[in-house]
Design a protein around this ligand. Structure first.
Ligand SMILES: [Mg+2]
Ligand SMILES: [Zn+2]
Length: 245
């Protein structure tokens, strides 16, 4: 299955919930979060939350412990392992952050299944504090995509992945997502690709509002069980088609 690239969004796709919200609610930051929500861009807000935890004496290990409790559907775990074992290239493109994503994947033994994680940087500073910064650095010229938030255009990342693939390699994408930020990359997919939007979430709604704009074949899913079944079915279908042609 060397010709298949599976791209996961993270929050509400690979994991059932939202990693940022999980840490905010589980670590007692809800009231500060609500107070600052409208005053700061998302990455700055989460960076501020990390500063608050540090000032309360909470360590990166405490945050990692909290992240390890984030629900991840057992069948999604199995599907990721199977797709990796079958030789698919697995990637994540997420507007969460690297610290959160790596801790969750590592806890479930999945980190090694992914070849790349494109997300907002999240790393420890010299004081042991988790620092979160934008993927598309604000010192750079704007990415210029009006569909996406200023810190990340996922469509641009899909185009970069595509341009890194040489012309004689035939690759098919399976893109899984739920949010409005997953619409731009879905528009970049071609006729031989697949998009898997989570049913009744913003990506699904936007695709349905004008289905002709999407060239990829659309397969909706509702929960981790369905995600796993459909993903493995598509991988099987692509690989079977590949053998007969
Ligand atoms: Mg999401
Ligand atoms: Zn975009």
């Amino acid at each position: 299955m060397a010709g298949i690239v599976v791209v996961f969004d993270f929050d509400r796709t690979l994991i059932d919930g939202d990693s940022d919200r999980w840490v905010v609610t589980q670590m007692g930051l809800t009231s500060l979060y609500n107070q600052l929500r409208t005053t700061l861009p998302w990455n700055s807000l989460m960076d501020r939350m990390m500063m608050e935890l540090h000032s309360q004496g909470k360590t990166a290990a405490d945050i990692a412990q909290c992240l390890s409790q984030t629900p991840l559907h057992p069948q999604v775990i199995e599907a990721i392992r199977s797709a990796h074992a079958l030789g698919c290239e697995l990637r994540i493109i997420s507007d969460a952050n690297l610290f959160f994503i790596e801790k969750i994947l590592d806890h479930h033994g999945l980190l090694g299944c992914f070849s790349h994680i494109d997300t907002n940087p999240g790393e420890l500073d010299e004081h042991g504090r988790v620092r979160i910064s934008p993927y598309h650095d604000h010192s750079l010229p704007p990415h210029g995509c009006c569909l996406c938030p200023s810190n990340m255009c996922k469509g641009l990342i899909i185009n970069q992945i595509r341009s890194s693939i040489s012309n004689n390699e035939k690759k098919q994408f399976i893109y899984l997502g739920d949010g409005g930020g997953d619409y731009c990359p879905s528009l970049k997919l071609g006729e031989s690709d697949y998009v898997m939007p989570r049913k009744n979430y913003p990506l699904w709604t936007r695709i349905r509002s004008d289905p002709l704009l999407i060239k990829a074949e659309v397969h909706e899913w509702t929960d981790g069980e369905e995600l796993a079944e459909i993903l493995l079915h598509l991988i099987h279908t692509i690989s079977t088609d590949g053998k007969t042609t």
